[in-house]
Design a protein around this ligand. Structure first.
Ligand code: HEM
Length: 492
């Protein structure tokens, strides 16, 4: 824990009234982080304080956080992602982590969603090394068959002529893939108990009142959160203990982690640490892919020529069959479509850190404990790196080769997303299988608003009509409203 008094932030930013103004600005940022920061960057430059003088805390578990800084650009990305001892990460549970010692019921905050996000320096290096075998290329490729099976069973549930919320559909699909590969359990096989518990926990956790009003009394969201966490904790411990008892590698990630041991130091993971890793990987591993898949299908629905070329490639190479690992390497346009979508509408717009010591960023002094949010989204929108950045142009990847500081949808450096290979394989398998079977026509009744903080998601869902694949790609093009119009060039 960092112990500091609260020094003032000198990074420029807008003025707000001391208490309510700052709270209002924090809430605005959390609900529309990309929109709010776009305005800040325009007014103040590429390194901005959410509020002049600081005094905000969006996420940090450190009580004496001096404030929140948002920044973008390759130089900033380099400064932050190469100085791991200066820019620390925090558990995904955010500020609730600081409540872990409040009572017996809050103890799980000490491990839930901690995982790799909650360890730094040598400990991060050691834990990452223990986890790496579960994410090696060959191990990830071994999940291909499970992915294909689940995708097929979900696609079979889509009915031609129906309007479906594709954002919800993708959540369910990626959750099934994650529970199967992580826990060795397809939700369809355990009557949905685990998924119910995970959903209940997720719903309570994302309720802002759970954080703002930490009152453990019936009727309060925080009380419901603690109840949900207790049930999930028990269920997940029982899965982990089963794996400890059997000592057989069931092919899932937990099986690997219970046996993980560092050859040099002899380090193994405690049950709590394992629980922390598994919950963090689950959360980081399904919502991200679900939202990216939703954005890709939205972009394709508004770019009929690209959709047609992509279907040609898929049919030529795959002939209607699910892709094998080898065939996935032979789909260059699919690769460019995914890369460009991750540039234009990345599901994770931010790379978050807390400074462990005083430092400078972009020439400004930052006190220890400052929250720093580096915008992946705005770095991907720089016209000097990507001409006409608001256009969705997969073909730009035939000629450009941005550096890892210019293009980093999975972050970069030693904290690069450990699941990047998993996500790319999953996204490509889902797209290939879905597009060869169905055409999805966007229903434009509701505005498309890209909102959120940790994950950028369509606020009103993404409703699409399911057609048999008939190549009528011009249907449903145009007429899109919402803040998406400021982010991507679309046909009227
Ligand atoms: C489209 C899908 C995904 C995107 C865009 C994405 C993006 C990212 C980004 C930007 C980070 C760095 C965050 C930061 O440092 O603040 C990250 C870290 C991480 N991601 Fe992903 N991710 C995706 C899918 C996955 C999947 C499928 C898994 C696991 C199965 C996963 C597990 C993790 C973990 C454990 C970390 C922490 C790594 C560390 O700190 O060493 N992610 N991801």
């Amino acid at each position: 824990m960092i112990t500091i008094s609260k020094p003032k932030l000198t990074v420029p930013g807008p003025r707000f009234a001391p208490v309510f103004g700052r709270i209002a600005q924090t809430i605005n940022f959390v609900s529309d982080s990309v929109g709010v920061s776009s305005q800040l960057f325009k007014a103040y430059g590429s390194v901005v304080s959410l509020v002049q003088g600081g005094g905000t805390n969006v996420y940090s578990p450190h009580a004496n956080c001096p404030g929140t800084v948002v920044a973008y650009g390759p130089d900033i990305v380099r400064e932050v992602t190469t100085q791991h001892n200066v820019y620390h990460k925090c558990p995904l549970i955010g500020s609730l982590y600081s409540r872990r010692n409040d009572s017996e019921r809050t103890e799980p905050f000490g491990h839930f969603l901690v995982g790799l996000f909650g360890v730094n320096n040598d400990l991060h290096r050691q834990h990452r090394q223990l986890l790496m075998p579960a994410f090696h290329k060959q191990r990830i490729e071994s999940y291909r068959d499970d992915m294909v099976k689940i995708v097929l069973s979900e696609l079979e549930q889509l009915k031609v002529g129906e309007v479906v919320n594709i954002a919800e559909f993708m959540q369910r699909l990626t959750m099934r893939v994650a529970t199967k590969t992580l826990f060795g359990k397809d939700v369809n096989e355990d009557n949905g108990n685990l998924i119910r518990l995970l959903k209940r926990f997720g719903k309570q956790l994302t309720n802002p009142l759970s954080t703002v009003l930490p009152i453990d009394f019936p009727g309060f969201p925080y009380h419901n959160l603690l109840n949900a966490m207790q049930l999930l904790d028990e269920e997940m411990r029982s899965i982990i203990r089963e794996r400890y008892a059997s000592s057989v590698d069931g092919g899932d990630i937990i099986s690997m982690l219970v046996q993980a041991k560092d050859a040099e130091s002899g380090l193994t993971l405690s049950e709590d640490e394992l629980l922390g890793h598994v919950t963090a990987i689950f959360v980081a591993g399904h919502d991200t892919s679900a939202n990216e898949l939703t954005w890709i299908l939205f972009l394709l629905s508004q770019h009929p020529d690209i959709a047609a070329d992509l279907l040609d490639e898929l049919e030529n190479v795959l002939g209607g069959e699910a892709p094998t690992v080898e065939k996935l390497q032979k789909l260059p346009l699919l690769d460019r479509v995914v890369k460009e979508s991750l540039r234009v509408l990345t599901s994770i717009p931010w790379n978050g850190r807390v400074t462990s010591q005083p430092t400078t960023l972009g020439g400004y002094e930052l006190p220890a404990g400052t929250e720093v949010w580096v915008s992946i989204y705005h770095t991907h929108q720089m016209p000097e790196i990507y001409p006409e950045p608001e256009r969705f142009l997969p073909q730009r990847w035939e000629t450009i080769q941005p550096t890892m500081y210019e293009y980093n949808p999975f972050s970069t450096g030693s904290r690069v997303c450990i699941g990047a290979g998993f996500a790319m394989m999953e996204i490509k398998i889902v797209l290939a299988m879905l597009l060869m079977r169905y055409r999805l026509q966007l229903i434009t009744e509701k505005p498309v608003n890209a909102k959120g903080f940790i994950v950028m998601a369509p606020e009103n869902g993404m409703f699409m009509k399911v057609h048999k694949q008939d190549r009528q790609f011009n249907q449903g093009v145009g007429g899109v409203s919402g803040n998406i119009r400021k982010m991507v060039n679309l046909i009227d």
